[in-house]
Write a protein that binds this ligand. Structure first.
Ligand code: G6P
Length: 590
C-alpha cells in the first residue's frame, strides 16, 4: 500500500526523503510527493513514480513524503499526497472508512476539497483543530477517523517538529546520522536509521527538539526501546537497468542457506506443548504466502497425520471459523504487515489459539503478536512479486512440519537430512534457465495459460500461474491435472500453452494422461520434472529436467524456473517486473 516517510534534520532533508521514497516504492507507485518546510511550506507532487520528484528540490530540514497506491481517487497530481489544509501538510497510508460522512459534514461547514482522497479529510480535521500544539491537534482530529491510518504531519509555523500516528497501518521511528525519521516500514529505513522503534496501534510519535517521543492515545508518554534493524534488510542494489526480481531469484540459494542456519539455531521447545496438544491446526496467508501454506498443510497431514485447514487470510476471518483454545494457527507473511493475515492472527489470539508466525521481518506487526516466531532470512525483498521469500517460507514450514512430527511421534521425517541440500538444489535449478528462455521466447504472445500439477505440484502450479499473472499480465490458472477434463479442457485449442509440473513419482502417469489430452487437442505442452524417465516418456513439446530432491521438498525448487519464466515473459512483453500494474508489495488495507 502507500508508503509514508517523515524527517527532521539539521540539514536539508529533500534528498533523504527522496531516497526513502525510492526504497518505499514497492508499497505503491501511482504517484508520489514531498513537502518540505523551511520558512514556508513547499509541496511537490506528481502522478507516476518517485523519480518524477527528482526534477524538484527545496531547502528545509523538516519534511514528509509519500508514494501512493490509490484507494480513493484515481492516480493524479491532485490526489497525490502530501495534502495541505491551512498550515498543515499531511501524508497518509490507510483508509478512512467514514470518509463520505466526514466529507459531507465538512463541506456543509464550507470546507473546499482539492482532491478525491479520503486522506485530505484528515488534513482538514487536523488544521481545524490546530492552535499551535501539533500533537494535540493530530490526536483530537484522529478521534473522528474510523478505519486505518499511519499519518505524518507537519505545520508551517513549527519547523523542526513532526507528528505521526498509527492505527492498523505500520509505522516506525528511526534515528540516524541523516536525522530523525518516521516511516512505514523497517526495510525502507535499514541503512539510514541506526536505531528503530515501532509504534503500536493508537500511539502517536512526536519529533521535536532533536528527540523522538512516543505517546498513547491520551497523550501520556510511552517509554520505548530502540533496537538495531536486521542488517540483512538493507536492500540489494541492482546495477543500472537491472531488476530486483532477477537479483532476488539469483539470491535464492543464499537466502535458503541463511534461513537454514537460523533454523538450526532455533529452539522449538517453547512451542512443543502447543504442537503436541494441537486439536486443530490452521494455516492462513495471502498471495504467494498462501501457496506455501498449502504445501505445509499437505505435508503435515501426510507426515504427522494432523489435518491442517488452510485458508486465504481474508476468507478465514469472515467465515466464523471453529477455532479456540488448544488450536494452533500458523500465519505466513513475508512482510508481516498484510492486513488480512494480521487480522486472522488477532482473531486466533482473541479465541485463545496458539499463533505461530512465519515472516521475513522479525520486528513486524505479525511477529509482535505471535506466540512463536520463525524468521526467515530472505533479506529485503523489493520486487513486488514475491520470489526468494517463497522458497524461504517453504523451508521454515518444512522445519516446522518436521518439528511437529518430532513432538508428536519422536521421529523426524525421512527427508529431514535433505533440507541441507536445498540451497545447492536451488542453485542447480538455474541450469533450467536456458530452456526457460526458449519457452518464454515461444510463449510470450500467449493470452492465457494453464499450469497443471497434482498433489504438491498443484501448489507449485498455482504459484507459477500467480507469478505470470502478476508480472507478465497473462491470464493463467493453476489447475489440478485430474480436473482438466471436468471443464477446462473446453478451452484447449491449437497452440494453447500448458505447463505441467510432475515431481511426484506416483502421480506422474496421471499427469502425463492430462498432457496427452491437451496434446491431442492441439495444445502446446511444457513439462518440468526431476525424473529423466518421466520427461523421456512424455509427449510434451518442451521438457526441463529439475534437480532431484525428496518429493516433499520439490516445491521449493520446482518453482524457481517458473519464477524465472514469469520474469522472462514479463520482459518479452515489455513490462517492469519489479512494479506490476495495480499491485503493491505490502497490502496493509483490507
Ligand atoms: C501482495 C504481494 C504478493 C504477496 C502478498 C502477501 O499481494 O504483491 O507478492 O504474496 O501481498 O504478502 P505477505 O507480505 O503477507 O507475504
Amino acid at each position: 500500500m502507500c508508503g509514508i516517510i517523515g524527517c527532521v534534520s539539521e540539514k536539508d532533508c529533500y534528498g533523504a526523503l527522496y531516497d526513502g521514497l525510492k526504497r518505499l516504492e514497492y508499497r505503491g507507485y501511482d504517484s508520489a510527493g514531498i513537502a518540505v518546510l523551511d520558512r514556508e511550506l513547499r509541496i511537490f507532487k506528481k502522478k507516476g513514480g518517485v523519480s518524477n520528484l527528482s526534477a524538484f528540490y527545496a531547502r528545509g530540514g523538516t519534511g514528509i513524503g509519500h508514494t501512493r497506491w490509490a484507494t480513493h481517487g484515481a492516480p493524479s497530481d491532485a490526489n497525490a499526497h502530501p495534502h495541505r489544509a491551512g498550515k498543515i501538510a499531511l501524508v497518509h497510508n490507510g483508509i478512512v472508512e467514514n470518509f463520505a460522512a466526514l466529507r459531507a459534514e465538512l463541506e456543509g461547514e464550507g470546507e473546499r476539497f482539492f482532491s478525491d482522497t479520503d486522506s485530505e479529510i484528515i488534513a482538514k480535521l487536523v488544521s481545524r483543530a490546530y492552535r499551535g500544539d501539533l500533537l494535540a491537534a493530530v490526536q483530537s482530529a484522529l478521534l473522528r477517523v474510523e478505519g486505518s491510518y499511519a499519518v505524518a504531519v507537519i505545520a508551517e509555523d513549527r519547523p523542526g517538529e513532526l507528528v505521526a500516528a498509527k492505527r492498523k497501518s505500520p509505522l516506525v521511528a528511526g534515528k540516524g546520522s541523516a536525522g530523525l525519521f518516521v516511516c512505514s516500514d523497517i526495510p525502507a529505513l535499514a541503512g539510514t536509521a541506526e536505531y528503530i522503534a515501532q509504534a503500536e496501534d493508537g500511539e502517536l510519535i512526536r519529533i521535536a527538539d532533536g528527540e523522538i517521543e512516543f505517546f498513547d492515545g491520551a497523550l501520556h508518554p510511552v517509554p520505548k526501546t530502540f533496537f538495531r534493524p536486521q542488517e540483512e534488510l538493507r536492500a540489494l542494489s541492482v546495477a543500472g537497468g537491472g531488476y530486483f526480481m532477477r537479483a532476488e531469484i539469483a539470491e535464492i540459494p543464499r537466502a535458503l542457506r541463511d534461513t537454514l542456519a537460523a533454523l538450526r539455531e532455533k529452539d522449538f521447545a517453547p512451542c512443543a506443548r502447543a504442537l503436541r496438544a494441537a486439536q486443530r491446526v490452521f494455516a492462513v496467508a495471502c498471495g504467494t504466502a498462501y501457496h506455501s501454506a498449502l504445501v505445509f498443510a499437505d505435508i503435515v497431514e501426510k507426515e504427522a497425520g494432523i489435518p491442517v485447514l488452510c485458508h486465504t487470510a481474508g476468507e478465514f476471518r469472515y467465515r466464523a471459523p471453529v477455532l479456540g483454545t488448544g488450536d494452533v494457527l500458523v500465519a505466513v507473511s513475508q512482510s508481516g504487515e498484510t492486513a488480512d493475515t494480521l487480522e486472522a492472527a488477532r482473531l486466533a489470539r482473541a479465541r485463545g489459539a496458539y499463533v505461530i508466525a512465519v515472516t521475513n521481518i522479525g520486528c513486524s506487526s505479525l511477529a509482535s503478536l505471535a506466540d512463536f516466531l520463525l524468521v526467515m532470512r530472505a533479506g529485503a525483498e523489493i520486487a513486488v512479486a514475491a520470489t526468494k521469500s517463497y522458497n524461504c517460507q517453504l523451508l521454515c514450514l518444512y522445519y516446522l512440519a518436521g518439528q511437529m512430527l518430532f513432538f508428536k511421534e519422536e521421529r523426524l521425517p525421512s527427508w529431514w537430512g535433505s533440507l541441507e541440500r536445498l540451497p545447492a538444489a536451488a542453485e542447480a535449478s538455474f541450469g533450467c534457465f536456458a530452456e526457460v528462455d526458449r519457452l518464454a521466447d515461444r510463449l510470450h504472445g500467449a493470452r492465457a495459460m494453464y499450469y497443471l500439477g497434482r498433489g504438491l505440484d498443484l501448489c507449485t502450479a498455482r504459484e507459477g500461474a500467480l507469478k505470470v499473472k502478476e508480472i507478465a499480465r497473462v491470464f493463467a490458472e493453476g489447475y489440478a491435472a485430474g480436473e482438466l477434463k471436468h471443464g477446462s479442457l473446453a478451452l484447449i485449442e491449437d497452440h494453447f500453452p500448458v505447463v505441467c509440473i510432475s515431481t511426484g513419482a506416483s502421480l506422474a502417469k496421471k499427469s502425463e494422461n492430462a498432457l496427452a489430452e491437451v496434446k491431442s487437442r492441439g495444445g502446446y505442452c511444457a513439462l518440468f520434472s526431476q525424473y529423466p524417465q518421466v520427461l523421456q516418456e512424455s509427449c510434451a513439446d518442451a521438457k526441463c529436467l529439475l534437480p532431484a530432491l525428496p518429493e516433499p521438498l520439490m516445491p521449493a525448487v520446482a518453482v524457481i524456473p517458473l519464477q524465472y519464466f514469469a520474469y522472462k515473459m514479463c520482459l518479452e512483453r515489455g513490462f517492469d517486473p519489479d512494479k506490476p500494474r495495480n499491485l503493491a508489495k505490502s497490502v496493509t488495507v483490507e
